[in-house]
Design a protein around this ligand. Structure first.
Ligand code: PEP
Ligand code: MG
Length: 314
């Protein structure tokens, strides 16, 4: 019966009492974007651009980058597409942009920090994004991964806005979540990467099968930080999205909406299940669940509490 409800669901996503939430797709290339455009996604919330860099020994030219990006914008022409600049290093090593001998790659030169050893990488990528939009009217938002200081945010915002694009950052490092009010003053939007935020808050490798109990976004400390980010966004009137795996869990998605997230981005295949779950609950219920989970004793209690308030949606 749940399956039928999910299959019958069509967007846009609204709670039972009519509160709208943007459900967006995570994609990594034009083919995935094409498939996602046939789902109920309202746009792309995370375009992981790494794929364009993975097979090459050198930085691809601006023109060749632009060609790879264009297919994604074409698939969602006229819609919102959030492009993430290169997130190399750690779990996504890119040959020419990653240091080979780091003892702790997840704490090393990864994400935006790659800029330090590859001056010009960001500028070239932004030029390519701008170029790829030529003649299209997609709403391009650009965000940078692994931002951890205010000067970094200020610098990338300037570079992105110089190309006339909307500037954002990912919230993946606890330092950024802790100073979120000041970060929001520097940029136009944020998107929480729950995979990395959880890894860094809990000091637990996201790739370790032995640490699943620490790497779940249901950990109360992670939920607390996410709630804090959402609240700051509401206060400052700036969009706060979630684009990590957490957004694809229908129960957690309702909790995130209760915290005040304005968009959720996930694998296209998860969108209908999340949309169907949201259609069954009220915003008040979501808010009550959001208030309750941040006081939970552990991840299991957080989940149980949410289920008790939201019902059997997942
Ligand atoms: C995340 O960290 O949650 C995220 C969305 O980015 P990635 O999984 O690509 O690191
Ligand atoms: Mg990440």
């Amino acid at each position: 019966e749940r399956r039928e409800k999910i299959n019958a669901w069509t967007g846009p996503a609204v709670t039972r009492d009519g509160h709208h939430v943007q459900l967006l797709a995570n994609v990594q290339d034009a083919a995935a974007a094409q498939r996602a455009s046939e789902s109920n996604a309202e746009g792309v919330g995370l375009f992981r651009t790494e794929l364009c860099f993975l097979g090459t020994k050198e930085e691809p030219s601006v023109e060749s980058q632009a060609m790879s990006y264009r297919g994604v914008f074409e698939a969602f022409n006229g819609k919102k597409v959030v492009v993430r600049t290169l997130d190399s290093g750690s779990d996504k090593p890119v040959p020419f942009a990653t240091l080979a001998d780091e003892p702790n790659p997840s704490l090393g030169v990864r994400g935006i920090r790659t800029q330090r050893i590859n001056n010009g990488l960001l500028g070239n990528q932004l030029d390519a994004i701008k170029m790829s939009l030529d003649g299209l009217d997609s709403e391009a938002w650009v965000m940078c991964p692994m931002i951890s200081t205010l000067p970094e945010a200020r610098e990338v915002a300037k570079a992105i806005r110089n190309r006339g694009l909307k500037a954002g950052i990912m919230v993946e490092v606890p330092s950024t979540a802790l100073l979120i009010d000041q970060f929001l003053d520097e940029i136009d939007f944020v998107s929480i990467g729950t995979n990395d935020l959880t890894q860094y808050v809990m000091a637990a490798d996201r790739l370790s099968a032995n640490l699943a109990e620490f790497t779940t976004p249901w950990q109360p400390a992670v939920l607390n930080l996410m709630a804090r980010v959402a609240e700051a966004g509401e206060r400052k009137g700036k969009p706060v999205g979630v684009c990590g795996e957490a957004a694809a869990d229908p129960l957690l998605a309702c909790v995130l909406v209760g915290m005040g997230m304005t968009s959720l981005s996930m694998a296209a295949g998860a969108i209908s299940a999340v949309g169907a779950a949201l259609s069954e609950v009220t915003l008040e219920q979501c808010k009550a669940a959001a208030r309750a989970v941040i006081n939970a004793f552990d991840d299991e209690q957080a989940q149980k509490t949410a289920r008790a308030i939201l019902g059997t949606i997942s």
